[in-house]
Write a protein that binds this ligand. Structure first.
Ligand SMILES: C[S@@+](CC[C@H](N)C(=O)[O-])C[C@H]1O[C@@H](n2cnc3c(N)ncnc32)[C@H](O)[C@@H]1O
Length: 290
């Protein structure tokens, strides 16, 4: 009898871990389809930890119940919250430095007086806004050295799939930790006002050049209009080759003829898409539509 009980326990442990594996696979499929984010096989623990408070708040029993609910289209809020929780929002000021030097030394001089319309820059997958605001600081510094160079100003749009980070970016207020990486003391003093509760508020001139909105890179970009420069860094690494190719093709349609795409230091697109050619610059590469 004891042996039979033992075998039955082994079977039920086996089938419950099989159920959990299936539950996890179904969730990964949903996540990739709706956001492009691909998870490795060994991220089940991370998923459980990140989603536990959300499932509890929505009174949803487990991951399969959540996946089913979302697939049925009955809970759009749960879907947004889950995608939001699965995003990795790591960012910093002037990340990798060379794209910002290139912007200052090469791209802005070329844009000066090149067209009558207002130049436009897109920070795609902008996270908490550090990239978009770093771009705005570079523009500020360039304009100080070259008075009157952009009479109509320059527009910067930051977009991200996570409404949480988009809201935070729009507020342009940073705590001690999020101000820490990548900003010189000089820029900290020049562009932020520190409140008594240690919140750093970004100056209006830098903030007002940038507008943020939620946008999923898997969806259409048609409503955004055309850009002179697109920064899309440290997000494509999470996507399948098929999604990368699709995004590249859409980026090429969103750029002006002489526009430039800047990717993250470890990212490349030429093997996924023929829409761009790689151009070497002094300390890295950029991409131009062909
Ligand atoms: C690691 S952060 C990179 C932030 C910034 N570009 C940088 O390089 O510092 C990746 C960002 O991509 C966003 N993201 C992930 N999937 C996305 C999608 N399908 N559409 C738009 N943004 C997405 C995440 O929410 C996250 O904020």
């Amino acid at each position: 009898l004891q042996e039979a009980q033992f075998q039955s326990n082994v079977k039920s442990v086996g089938s419950s871990s099989q159920n959990e594996a299936n539950e996890y696979l179904a969730f990964c499929e949903f996540l990739e389809k709706s956001s492009g984010i691909t998870l490795g096989e060994n991220k089940a623990y991370l998923v459980k930890n990140r989603l536990r408070p959300i499932l509890e708040a929505h009174n949803v029993e487990n991951l399969s119940a959540a996946t089913e609910l979302i697939k049925s289209g009955r809970d759009a809020k749960l879907k947004l919250e889950i995608i939001d929780a699965m995003t990795t929002n790591e960012t910093s000021w002037f990340r990798d430095q060379y794209p910002f030097e290139y912007l200052h030394d090469e791209l802005l001089p070329k844009l000066t007086g090149s067209r009558m319309s207002t130049p436009r820059i897109w920070s795609a997958a902008c996270s908490y806004g550090h990239e978009a605001y770093s771009i705005s600081m570079i523009i500020e510094e360039y304009m100080m050295k070259n008075p009157g160079c952009f009479p109509g100003g320059i527009q910067i749009i930051g977009t991200d799939i996570s409404s949480r980070v988009v809201e935070s970016a729009s507020a342009a207020e940073f705590d001690y930790l999020s101000i820490a990486r990548g900003l010189s003391e000089e820029r900290k003093k020049k562009y932020f006002t520190k409140s008594p509760d240690d919140i750093y508020k970004l100056n209006e001139r830098i903030k007002s050049r940038v507008r943020f909105q939620r946008l999923n890179l898997l969806e259409s970009y048609a409503t955004l209009g055309k850009f002179d420069i697109i920064f899309c860094r440290n997000v494509l690494i999470y996507f399948s080759n098929e999604n990368k190719a699709d995004i590249m093709n859409k980026f090429s349609r969103s750029l002006q003829k002489d526009g430039v795409l800047i990717l993250g230091a470890s990212e490349t697109v030429t093997s996924h898409s023929t829409a761009f050619e790689m151009v070497k610059c002094p300390r890295g590469v950029v991409y131009k539509p062909v």
